[in-house]
Design a binder for this molecule. Structure first.
Ligand code: PEP
Length: 252
């Protein structure tokens, strides 16, 4: 089955009112010129959801967020609920990004609970999984990503068909070091098999690759049979690079 490619930008903790407007204006202009062959989203910092929603209105780019509370509502100072994200038109939300796992102690069960909360509110969780360099060198890559994804699948049951997954090797994020297309494909194929085994309906969930994807390496990664798109950090902040990545889906 041919799955539509999906390119999502993760702005992380970057941006500003003026910078966001300029970036999205440049991307919007580029997209009008090339008519994207893929779905496109940007995951922006919480304070900019309202601004970016307005800037994206009527266009093809979908709004995303980078994190969500695992709780529905209540005394959780500083957190943002899935219901709030939905009110701002958020369509996608990252969960379990390695920076959240690493710096905020997010365990697999928390990631799974966040994914569940999002689905209740009609938002697609983009579940991030990936091994550290030490884990790869110890031959644990498959076991680590299977454990991370498995926790989400176990909690969601048949709703697993409604998620997206991003394979992001931790050693490739923001480092300029990219998994080879073969390395990435191998993990994606294993994730696809795990999804299909857990829930037949989940066999075709979008599987994105993330980790120093850029204008130069995107086409080779995206040409792999089980790589359905990209989660882009640094290169999503530069309109020409992001547009080139989007453009590389045209020939696939
Ligand atoms: C990310 O943060 O999800 C990411 C893939 O970052 P980068 O593209 O900068 O490696």
């Amino acid at each position: 089955m041919k799955r539509q490619k999906f390119i999502a930008g993760n702005w992380k903790m970057n941006g500003g009112l003026q910078a966001n407007a300029e970036l999205l204006s440049a991307i919007g202009e580029g997209l009008r010129a090339q008519a994207p062959a893929c779905r496109v989203a940007v995951a922006v910092p919480m304070p900019y959801l309202a601004q970016v929603r307005q800037l994206l209105a009527g266009g093809a780019i979908e709004l995303g967020a980078q994190d969500v509370s695992r709780h529905e509502k209540g005394a959780f100072t500083g957190e943002t609920s899935a219901a709030m994200l939905a009110e701002f038109g958020v369509r996608h939300c990252l969960v379990g990004h390695s920076e959240r796992r690493q710096y905020h102690g997010e365990a697999d069960a928390v990631v799974a609970a966040k994914a569940q909360r999002l689905l209740v509110h009609g938002i697609t969780p983009i579940v991030c999984v990936g091994e550290t360099l030490g884990e790869r060198e110890a031959g644990q890559t498959d076991a680590v990503v299977a454990r991370q994804l498995g926790a989400v699948l176990a909690l969601l049951g048949s709703d697993a068909a409604r998620i997206a997954v991003a394979y992001e090797p931790v050693w490739a994020i923001g480092t300029g070091r990219t998994a080879t297309p073969e390395q990435a494909q191998q993990v994606h194929a294993a994730l696809r098999a795990q999804l299909a085994g857990a829930q037949p309906g989940a066999a075709n969930v979008p599987l994105l690759y993330g980790g120093s994807m850029n204008a130069a390496n995107a086409a080779d990664l995206l040409a792999q049979p089980d790589i359905d798109g990209g989660l882009i950090g640094g290169a999503a902040l530069k309109a020409p690079d992001f547009l080139k990545i989007i453009g590389s889906t045209h020939d696939l």
